[in-house]
Design a protein around this ligand. Structure first.
Ligand code: EPZ
Length: 419
């Protein structure tokens, strides 16, 4: 298994290019199930999760080709048929559950393994199923599977108990082939929802309201060929913004979108980080002394839960007391245990973490427990005294394209070693 070895304390400089958003590309690849024509996704991030969702589509007999040189994924689902998706793959990555809506919409019947939970929480799917049954599907759950049946989905008014990103995506995709209009109330407003809606519209869907809490979808009969370029990854961009802050460096981040990054920009500015927002890039200057702040994760446009672990690493190095409240997932402080091995002073109390800043991290052997916790350990390693070795970095490879190459390009002393 590969490991990352980081020698901390280096000042960084230069520019980094952000890849396309993992959490856009995954639902967009799934949405090709609806469309029996050629779909081309350009500038696709060559990530483990993208390869897994392509394998899931192949298990449904989709024609998938991944061009790793030109970062393109071409999919044709004309020959798709409703056999069961590969259970092992579905359990491996919960985003695979997003195929339920499109498969139900296209075939009127689909059975899939219940998605596993993951380290950060149980990750229920009740809101997905409630939405699909509101569209007329008959849902049955048993023996580790969920099956949905509907001769023809019919548009409906759905009000989500919680603005779930995945439930909004599943319902939105299914509704594009339903009879009549569907209104999703209390919908998720994340930029990745907007990107999926734009992709669906590009292939002929009739959707409006994406990016607000009310999305309207008018069912259509069929779709057309589409070529699409997803948005940049705001969480990768935010991770590199914190890279600049934690190493007290000045870095230019190309592809960063100042609108999508508003909650992160607001918090880092509050801490004293100097941020310059340009058309397609952001310059982050973390060279000044920083102040502690409190963070509360919320659905977009609040502070993103996917940036919580990275922020924890930064706050561990800022003198004073900071409090992080994680309101989205019930077990998303696992990075704290590893950060404490590196000398952090963190007290966890349920959904809150109280952080007392320390002078510096000390390099240690640590383990990535999930994608963003792994990113947090890299950030801590970049500023730690001595060497930090991070194992189980397959978690990190799920969501960051060549992260050690990008950091090396900024002057970091980081190596990927095979053990
Ligand atoms: C998406 O997960 C992202 N994943 C997550 O990113 C992200 O953390 C999350 O949205 C929140 O922004 C992808 O887009 C592939 P949710 P998702 O449904 O859709 C509860 C990363 O690091 N809930 O908005 O699963 C759920 O338990 C990953 O890139 C229900 O109760 O998130 C959680 O507490 C991690 N019932 C909350 O809602 C449901 O039916 C948010 O979940 C669905 C969700």
């Amino acid at each position: 298994m590969d490991k990352l070895v980081i020698k901390g304390g280096k000042k960084l400089q230069g520019e980094v290019n952000i890849s396309s958003a993992k959490n856009s590309v995954l639902p967009i690849l799934v949405a090709t199930i609806l469309n029996g024509n050629n779909c081309t996704i350009e500038n696709a991030p060559m990530l483990e999760d993208v390869f897994v969702i392509c394998e899931v589509l192949k298990s449904l007999k989709a024609n998938v080709s991944i061009d790793k040189i030109n970062n393109k994924v071409k999919i044709n689902t004309a020959n798709l048929f409703d056999n069961d998706a590969n259970d092992e793959l579905v359990r491996k990555m919960r985003a695979s559950f997003l195929i339920m809506g499109p498969m139900l919409g296209r075939f009127g019947n689909f059975k899939i393994s219940l998605p596993g939970g993951c380290n950060i929480g149980t990750r229920p799917i009740d809101l997905h199923l409630k939405g699909l049954s509101a569209l007329g599907a008959e849902i049955s759950v048993g023996h580790g599977y969920v099956e949905a049946k509907a001769k023809k989905l019919r548009g409906s008014n759905i009000y989500l108990d919680y603005p779930s990103v995945g439930a909004t995506e599943n319902i939105m995709m299914a509704a594009t082939l339903a009879d009549g209009e569907t209104v999703i109330g209390n919908a998720a407003e994340e930029p990745e929802i907007v990107d999926l809606a734009r992709f669906l519209r590009a292939m002929g869907a009739q959707i409006s309201g994406e990016g607000t809490d009310t999305i309207r979808i008018l069912g259509v009969k069929d779709f057309k060929e589409v070529v699409y370029k997803p948005i940049y990854d705001r969480i990768e961009a935010g991770t590199f913004m914190i890279t600049a802050a934690i190493t007290k460096s000045l870095i230019k981040i190309n592809g960063a979108d100042g609108v999508h990054l508003k909650p992160i920009i607001a918090k880092l500015t509050e801490m004293g980080v100097a941020i310059e927002i340009n058309e397609n890039s952001i310059i982050v200057d973390g060279r000044k002394k920083l102040n502690p702040v409190d963070i509360k994760t919320m659905p977009y446009p609040g502070f993103p839960t996917d940036m919580q672990a990275q922020m924890m690493s930064l706050l561990c190095t800022v003198k004073g007391t900071s409090i992080i409240t994680e309101t989205i997932f019930e077990n998303r402080f696992m990075q704290a245990v590893e950060l404490k091995r590196m000398g952090a002073n963190i007290k966890i109390d349920g959904r809150s973490a109280v952080i007392e800043g320390v002078d510096t991290f000390t390099g240690s052997e640590v383990t990535a427990t999930d994608l963003r916790a792994g990113a947090a350990l890299i950030l801590a390693g970049l500023t730690a005294e001595g060497a930090t070795t991070i194992s189980d970095i397959y978690h990190i490879d799920r969501g960051y394209v060549s992260i050690e190459q990008k950091l090396k390009g900024l002057g970091a002393d980081i190596e990927r070693v095979s053990s």
